[in-house]
Design a protein around this ligand. Structure first.
Ligand code: FEO
Ligand code: CA
Ligand code: CA
Length: 577
């Protein structure tokens, strides 16, 4: 309780100086929230032994779409290790960001678009290094995303076996690039190979026009080189460096060999937001380059004043930035004219100033500072990190997920930063092992260049209490003022990662679910009626069956498998209540 009071006192203190900063904004971040209800019995902090998932007494869960489940009838059944050919027809590994797209009015029939961020070589094929091209191909087919047609009957969710929608998108799926970088020399190779695949798809988003945004994060981990290679300063900023790679794909696939002259610009084709139309299985995924290239965590879309679309995005690395994209015009008018609202607009980066205010700085070649350092707008977008540094953006403590609450406040998890030595107003812990949740409100209904901000939660203030959490990551604000928070990192006394629900009106925290040893809890989406929540258990036990066999094997193997949990209140109520 004492900590709670301190936290709220802190929020009020920082807001006092922000009041009146936004012209026409008469509220502070503390006011105007509906009273939210978080009424379930929290799982005790110390209850988990790491072997299986725990959930609040009022709730139940169903294990769903584990890694390797056949996408449709006729696809190969799960066996370990999966062949490359089988894996391309099965649910991928590394379940992460996802969105439920309804097909029926009652919301019990729909499409789950889901990211497959990563799976280690040991998890996918049982060795640290690939020894044959088949293993690289299996790994590539385990990555990417899936669209899966699903249906609820008699309280159980299942995959629709004869679906015209279900599909896998992986490293060898043909995709398109669109926007200012499409066709540019920076993304062209001497090999003239088509643009293929998506990689390390982390968090996600959805557009008002019913498409899925899948975000490429740590793409650099898949590029290596056999021969000596001198990275440019721009490549170094994206951690594309000489030497071997964690995955070793470059030993069998020259696209991922940084020293290959034929594929010299392949790495510039990754690090983008990829738009996928779940309702059109023939539509190619499109890399929307106007949104910039960095280690994208997520892409949170909201309609601003005048119908312009605004996308909030984080770059998840220590000392990288928070961005927003604003479309040139009304998204419906642009689409009617055959133009994607994600292809034309301005990319901004955030500067958080002391005193609880901040500014969005445009990244355009019209800026003399950028004109002196980059050839054209495509160069700015491909190297957005360097452009953001030049205009004076605030280096943050690893920006992860963002979500927009019903009152317009934007919340963002800053997961941790062990390397921070100098605190600043927005990143006040040095070092920062446990992270924080920052929030802001933009002037002019998400369109303005000024904002006010404060911290919703500094995790070290609760870390050693019953409300403990550390390294917040997945985040979703529901329409009633609840904030769902997933963790990915060190928890107090070595407990597993977890899902908590916060009441944004009081700051109170309640633990809904606890995962298993060495997993991440991530991915949050619900059916339209919010009676069903889908949330992911990523890399349970890091693939090590000695730590956990979750989910309980029914397949003759003991390899723990990434999966989705279907979470419901036993009384059929709104999830989170
Ligand atoms: Fe994919 Fe930032 O975690
Ligand atoms: Ca994350
Ligand atoms: Ca994380």
């Amino acid at each position: 309780m004492f900590l709670e009071i301190r936290r709220r006192a802190f929020l009020k203190g920082s807001l006092a100086t922000a009041v009146g900063y936004l012209s026409g904004c008469t509220t502070t971040l503390e006011s105007g929230r509906p009273g939210a209800r978080v009424g379930f019995t929290p799982v005790p902090r110390a209850a988990s032994d790491g072997r299986t998932v725990l959930i609040a007494d009022e709730y139940e869960y169903q294990v769903f779409i584990p890694w390797g489940q056949p996408l449709r009838s006729g696809a190969p059944a799960w066996s370990w290790p999966p062949s490359a050919q089988a894996q391309a027809q099965q649910v991928g590994i590394g379940h992460d960001g996802m969105t439920y797209f309804p097909l029926s009015v009652d919301g019990r029939h729909g499409l789950l678009a889901i990211n497959h961020e990563f799976g280690s070589n040991r998890h996918v094929f049982g060795a640290a290094r690939p020894a044959a091209p088949e293993q690289v191909l299996a790994s590539q087919h385990a990555h990417g995303a899936s669209v899966i047609e699903i249906l609820e009957t008699e309280g159980r969710w299942r995959v629709v076996p004869e679906s015209r929608y279900s599909r896998r998108i992986h490293l060898n799926t043909e995709v398109e690039m669109s926007g200012p970088v499409a066709g540019h020399a920076l993304v062209s190779n001497r090999a003239r190979n088509p643009v293929m695949g998506t990689l390390n798809n982390c968090s996600s988003g959805q557009t008002p026009w019913g498409t899925y945004l899948s975000c490429e994060e740590n793409f650099n981990l898949y590029f290596g080189c056999k021969d000596p290679f001198e990275p440019s300063a721009k490549q170094e900023r994206y951690e594309l460096t000489s030497g071997d790679s964690e995955y070793g794909w470059h030993h069998f696939d020259p696209r991922f060999d940084l020293a290959s002259r034929d594929y010299a610009n392949e790495s510039n084709r990754f690090g983008w937001v990829v738009e996928i139309d779940p309702y059109d299985p023939a539509a190619k995924p499109v890399k929307r380059t106007a949104l910039g290239r960095f280690k994208h965590e997520g892409a949170t879309a909201i309609e601003g004043r005048d119908g312009r679309i605004v996308i909030y995005m984080g770059d998840d690395q220590a000392f990288e930035f928070i961005y927003k994209f604003v479309s040139r015009g009304d998204w419906q008018q642009m689409r009617s004219a055959g133009i994607s609202p994600l292809d034309e607009g301005i990319l901004f980066v955030a500067r958080f100033d002391a005193g609880g205010h901040g500014e969005w700085l445009p990244l355009t070649i019209d800026d003399p500072t950028l004109a002196g350092a980059f050839d054209d707008q495509a160069d700015v977008l491909v190297h957005a990190r360097l452009a953001a540094s030049l205009v004076g953006a605030t280096p943050m403590d690893r920006p992860e997920w963002m979500t927009v609450a019903p009152d317009g406040d934007v919340y963002c998890t800053l997961t941790n930063n062990s390397r921070r030595e100098e605190p600043d107003a927005a990143n006040p812990r040095a070092p920062n092992p446990h992270g924080q949740i920052i929030r802001w409100r933009d002037q002019d209904a998400h369109l303005g260049t000024r904002f006010i901000w404060d911290h919703f939660l500094l995790c070290d203030e609760v870390y050693e209490t019953e409300d403990s959490l550390g390294s917040p990551d997945g985040l979703w604000a529901d329409p009633d003022g609840r904030l769902f928070i997933c963790t990915d990192g060190k928890q107090f006394e070595g407990k597993p990662n977890q899902l908590l629900v916060a009441d944004t009106a009081t700051g109170g925290l309640s633990r809904l679910l606890v995962g298993v040893s060495d997993c991440e809890i991530t991915g949050l989406t619900t059916t339209p009626d919010r009676r069903t929540l889908f949330v992911n258990v990523q890399h349970p036990g890091r693939g090590n069956p000695r730590l956990t066999s979750f989910p309980a094997p029914d397949d003759g193997t003991t390899v723990p498998r990434d999966c989705t949990l279907v979470v419901r209140r036993k009384d059929g109520g709104i999830v989170g209540s």
